[in-house]
Design a protein. Structure first.
Length: 450
């Protein structure tokens, strides 16, 4: 009878093998968990390193929490300049007087922007400029204004209103209390040549600025330039802020009108404090070469003929000419009386201030009178060519009522056209190095007394 096989040895062997298997698999699990742990640690370290390099610490600027969307969509590290650039931005925007403002001035290399930047800096506010130095008119004039501002320690960042990452970075680096928004595509007739530039700067650019401002914490108060052109074909005179503005006569006017409606929306939804200023034909030293008083001066000096417009019913065109110093006082008055925005982190916390004011001179002057003042100052007879105004051109008559601005921040224009033009001509001949043909080009002439 066969003897049953001795299984005790096999069983022992199997137990030993199973022990070995368990031992190896535990070792394997331990080894792979260690590997996994190390890999996770490495990835975490790499991520920390990436974020540290890409984004400066938020604690640098406790008042300003950046728009998360722009933080994530673009590395702010690569926007703007390096550490030296940031230092310039900070230095320029830091106020030097107690409770001074920190103001972002857009369009700072422009006519009104450069004057306002200087005035703010001189009274101790911090000012940072932004301008894209476009060539709508001679950019060398913008560069010369930039040099002037540089002497007064105002730094202008070269960039566009539509550059969201750049704007985010500026708001991150500098704690702006206010924005004086003057950058725009100006001019009435150029809109027929380049309509898109008006949409890009005056509508898309404005919205971009408001988007960044509304997301900043705390939000700045914003004062911005609208225009008397919003009154368009309205025949009420003088123009008051409560008058209708729904008949713009140019694309420029339509974009400024759109700006006023957009301002209303951002005030209503996000609690941004917004003040729109309707300027009436601003003139003065460092002015705009596309404006009549400027190119009349140039053409009269060069012996070229100038075109003087009459309306269709052969009436003289008249405008409220506002001297730059008066406009600067109005802009600073609007900034000084601007209440704080009420929103926080893109959310409205309560009703915020929304204002619109005329900044004009309250006494329209016929263009013929402007020319005769210039003739007197330049001691040269103009070659006048009278033509009928094109129907699709500018409005023939502007006259400001400034009651509201006067009541709210004491705005009162004090410079008459003759005195203002005298200062302009003095600057013009100096800037362009022209030998004046005048007896004394800065002295009043008989023509200027009125
Ligand atoms: N000067 C006037 O008589 C007058 C009248 C009514 C309204 N305004 C308004 O006042 C403001 C200032 O006018 P100004 O006479 O000083 O004009 P300006 O052309 O001299 O200044 C505007 C500045 O903005 C800059 N700019 C334009 N688009 C830009 C953009 N997308 N991004 C960055 N910078 C940009 C330009 O380079 C320019 O330097 C403008 O909004 C204008 O529409 C002026």
């Amino acid at each position: 009878m066969p003897t049953p096989p001795d299984t005790s040895k096999t069983l022992k062997l199997e137990r030993y093998n199973s022990y070995l298997r368990k031992f190896h698999s535990t070792k394997l699990i331990n080894a792979s968990s260690k590997l996994l742990f190390r890999a996770t640690l490495l990835v975490a370290l790499l991520l920390i390193l990436f974020f540290t390099i890409s984004y400066p610490p938020l604690s640098d600027n406790p008042h300003h929490r950046l728009h998360r969307h722009s933080l994530l969509s673009t590395s702010l590290f690569s926007v703007g300049g390096g550490a030296a650039w940031e230092k310039q931005v900070r230095r320029s925007s830091t106020p030097r007087r107690p409770n001074g403002f920190s103001v972002l001035v857009t369009g700072a290399a422009g006519f009104v922007g450069s004057h306002c930047s200087l005035a703010l800096k001189k009274r101790g506010d911090g000012v940072l400029g932004l301008d894209n130095f476009n060539d709508y008119y001679d950019p060398s004039l913008k560069r010369a204004r930039q040099n002037l501002l540089k002497k007064h320690e105002v730094f202008i960042v070269e960039g566009d209103l539509n550059d969201a990452p750049l704007l985010s970075k500026l708001f991150y680096v500098a704690p702006f209390t206010h924005v004086l928004h003057l950058a725009a595509q100006a001019g009435v007739r150029y809109a027929m040549q380049n309509p898109q530039s008006y949409i890009r700067s005056n509508i898309a650019g404005f919205v971009n600025l408001l988007e960044i401002a509304k997301a900043t914490n705390p939000q700045p108060a914003i004062v911005w330039a609208s225009s008397s052109s919003v009154y368009g074909l309205n025949s009420e005179n003088p123009f008051s802020e409560i008058d209708r503005t729904d008949k713009p006569a140019s694309l420029y006017a339509a974009t400024k009108k759109a700006g006023e409606e957009i301002a209303h929306t951002y005030n209503h939804i996000y609690g941004l404090s917004l003040t729109g200023l309707r300027f009436f034909t601003v003139y003065g030293p460092w002015g705009r070469p596309d404006m009549a008083y400027f190119f009349f001066t140039r053409d009269i000096l060069q012996g070229k003929s100038i075109e003087i417009y009459k309306t269709h019913d052969q009436k003289e065109v008249a405008r409220d000419f506002t001297y730059i110093d008066d406009v600067v006082k109005g802009c600073l008055g609007a900034l000084d009386t601007a209440e704080k925005s009420t929103g926080s982190g893109g959310k409205k916390k309560g009703p915020a201030q929304l204002r619109v004011y005329n900044l004009g001179n309250t006494s329209p002057v016929p263009v013929g009178r402007l020319v005769s003042i210039l003739e007197g100052l330049l001691n040269t007879k103009a070659k006048k060519h009278v033509i009928t105004m094109p129907r699709n051109g500018d409005v023939p008559f502007t006259h400001a009522n400034v009651t509201l601005a006067h009541k709210d921040f004491g705005y009162k224009p004090t410079t008459d056209l003759a005195s203002g033009l005298r200062k302009f001509v003095k600057w013009y001949v100096g800037y362009y190095g022209i030998q004046p043909r005048t007896k004394k080009e800065t002295q009043p002439t008989g023509d200027e007394s009125g």
